[in-house]
Design a protein around this ligand. Structure first.
Ligand code: BTN
Length: 251
C-alpha cells in the first residue's frame, strides 16, 4: 500500500470535495486519490449539517480509500482518521505550544476549547463488501475570530500564526497513511489507547443526542469498533451514532 495523496486534484471552487471524489471513485480512480478545494459552495458536515468556510481559509479535502473488508468493519475508521488528523497537525505545532488536540467522539477535533475541524466519512458497498470510502476532512486553518461560527476556533487564532494549507495537508496525509495501514492490517486496535488519551469528556457525565433521541450517562470509553460506551442508570450501552454533549439534558 503506497502513501495516500496521489493522484491529487485541486479546485479553486467546487460544490463539495465529497461530490467530486465520489465521481472519481465511481470512474475507478485508485486508492489514495485526493480532492482538495479552496472553496466549497455546498460543503457538508455530519448529520446533514452544512460546512461553511470562507474561500482560501481552510483545508477542505476528501481522500479515497478502498479497504478490502466487509462494510461492517468500517466503524473505527472515522475515529482513526480523526486521530491521524490530530497527529498530523500536532507534528507542525511549535514544541513550546502546550495544548494538545483533543478528539470529541466520534470525530471532531478540538483545540483550546473550540472545534477546529471535523471528519465526514461516506462509503459505498456491494454484497456487504466495501467498494470505496470517501473520507472528508475539514480544518479551520486561517480563519480570523470574526469569521468563526459559535464554538469554533482556528489554528491561526489558537497559534497566532498563518499556516500553509498544503503543508497541513501533507502532514495529515502522512499520518493518515500510517494509521490506515494499521487499520487494514491484523494489529488494528493499537489506535484505541491513543484515541482515549485525547478523548474529550472521558469519565464525565454526558448525553448523546441522535435524531430527537437522547441517552445520558458517564462516558467510559470507546470500543474497538468505534462505538461509545455509556454507563447509564439502566446499565452499559454501546452507542454507534449521535452528537456527544457534556452534562445532562437541560430541565
Ligand atoms: C463535521 O464536523 O460535521 C464534519 C465536517 C467535514 C467537512 C469536510 S470539508 C471537506 C469535505 N467536503 C465536505 O463537503 N465536507 C468535508
Amino acid at each position: 500500500m503506497s502513501a495516500l495523496g496521489h493522484p491529487r486534484f485541486v479546485y479553486e471552487s467546487i460544490s463539495s470535495t465529497m461530490d467530486r471524489l465520489a465521481d472519481l471513485a465511481a470512474e475507478g480512480s485508485p486508492e489514495g486519490t485526493v480532492v482538495v478545494a479552496r472553496e466549497q459552495t455546498a460543503g457538508r458536515g455530519r448529520a446533514g449539517r452544512v460546512w461553511i468556510a470562507p474561500p482560501g481559509t481552510s483545508l477542505l479535502m476528501s481522500v479515497l480509500l478502498r479497504p478490502n473488508m466487509p462494510a461492517s468493519a468500517l466503524g473505527p475508521l472515522p475515529l482513526i482518521a480523526g486521530l491521524a488528523t490530530a497527529e498530523g497537525i500536532e507534528s507542525l505545532l511549535d514544541p513550546g505550544f502546550t495544548s494538545s488536540i483533543r478528539l470529541k467522539w466520534p470525530n471532531d477535533l478540538y483545540l483550546g476549547g473550540g472545534k477546529i475541524g471535523g471528519i465526514l466519512m461516506q462509503s459505498r458497498s456491494a454484497a456487504g463488501l466495501v467498494e470505496f470510502v470517501n473520507l472528508g476532512i475539514g480544518i479551520n486553518v486561517n480563519l480570523d475570530a470574526d469569521s468563526l461560527p459559535a464554538g469554533a476556533l482556528s489554528l491561526s487564532v489558537e497559534s497566532g500564526t498563518t499556516w500553509s494549507l498544503d503543508v497541513i495537508e501533507q502532514a495529515i496525509l502522512k499520518r493518515l497513511s500510517n494509521r490506515y495501514r494499521g487499520f487494514c492490517g491484523t494489529e488494528n486496535t493499537e489506535w484505541l489507547a491513543e484515541w482515549h488519551d485525547r478523548a474529550l469528556y472521558l469519565g464525565e457525565n454526558v448525553r448523546i443526542d441522535d435524531h430527537g433521541m437522547s441517552a445520558e450517562g458517564k462516558f467510559i470509553g470507546v470500543t474497538s469498533s468505534g462505538a461509545l460506551l455509556l454507563e447509564t442508570a439502566e446499565g452499559r450501552q454501546e452507542i454507534v451514532a449521535g452528537d456527544l454533549v457534556r452534562g445532562p439534558r437541560p430541565a
